[in-house]
Ligand binder design. Structure first.
Ligand code: UP5
Ligand code: MG
Length: 192
């Protein structure tokens, strides 16, 4: 009831596909609130007194998926704290049980935006970003693990929503503005 009339769009895709980059464009043009599950977890990890700091740190470095109780609580709190009604949930759900649980206890998603990108392209982007990002998982060992988890565990979530006809796929090897033109067309059709 608290999150009645709330629009949630899941933004999914492999590590480095460009989810965060494109969400920033959508925030500017369509007035959505952008909630990156990864960013929320990294912030929680840094929060003094967090009981999950060490756990999150280990999971992120290993590219493993943090238990959903933690992530769903962070997302729900951020949604409520914003007082807003339209959200891009970036990088979540990454596992089937998380998808089912979130839609059951928080709110069903309107649809999923899926950024499709070849692994070698994502690898190049992440290695380049790793030169300056300071992210503990932008190194070749962690990136390989993230790719494996995406293929094995997260991609089935996209397939599941796809079977329900709730996925919009965007090819995202091209430059950011070219990709955004595709994304914008989808959003204009959804929210005209
Ligand atoms: N870039 C972007 N678009 C480009 C383009 N079209 N052409 C050329 N370059 C482009 O982009 C990545 C880099 O590529 C940037 O340098 C950008 O400039 C450039 P970005 O927009 O950041 O891509 P994004 O898809 O957001 O990549 P990110 O690394 O954030 O994806 P991940 O899904 O790996 O990371 P996330 O932060 O979501 O999760 C990290 C970890 O947190 C997970 O591995 C997991 O351990 C944990 N986690 C959970 O446990 N549960 C969750 O629910 C979520 C995360
Ligand atoms: Mg991101």
């Amino acid at each position: 009831a608290k999150l009645q009339d709330t629009t949630v769009i899941f933004v999914l895709g492999g590590p480095g596909a460009g989810k965060g980059t494109q969400c920033a464009n959508l925030v500017r043009d369509f007035g959505f609130i952008h909630l990156s599950a990864g960013d929320l977890l990294r912030a929680e990890q840094e929060r003094p007194g967090s009981q999950f700091g060490e756990l999150i740190k280990t999971y992120i470095k290993e590219g493993k998926i943090v238990p959903m109780e933690v992530t769903i609580a962070l997302l729900e709190n951020a949604m409520l704290a914003s007082g807003q009604k339209r959200f891009l949930i970036d990088g979540f759900p990454r596992k089937m049980d998380q998808a089912l649980k979130f839609e059951e206890v928080v709110v069903p998603s309107k649809c999923t935006l899926y950024f499709e990108c070849p692994e070698e392209v994502m690898l190049g982007r992440l290695m380049k970003r790793g030169e300056t990002s300071g992210r503990a998982d932008d190194n070749i060992e962690s990136i390989r693990k993230r790719f494996r988890v995406f293929t094995k565990t997260s991609f089935p979530v996209i397939e599941h929503f796809g079977k329900e006809g709730r996925v919009h796929t965007v090819s995202c090897e091209d430059a950011p503005d070219v990709v955004y033109a595709r994304v914008k067309k989808i959003f204009n059709d959804l929210f005209h």
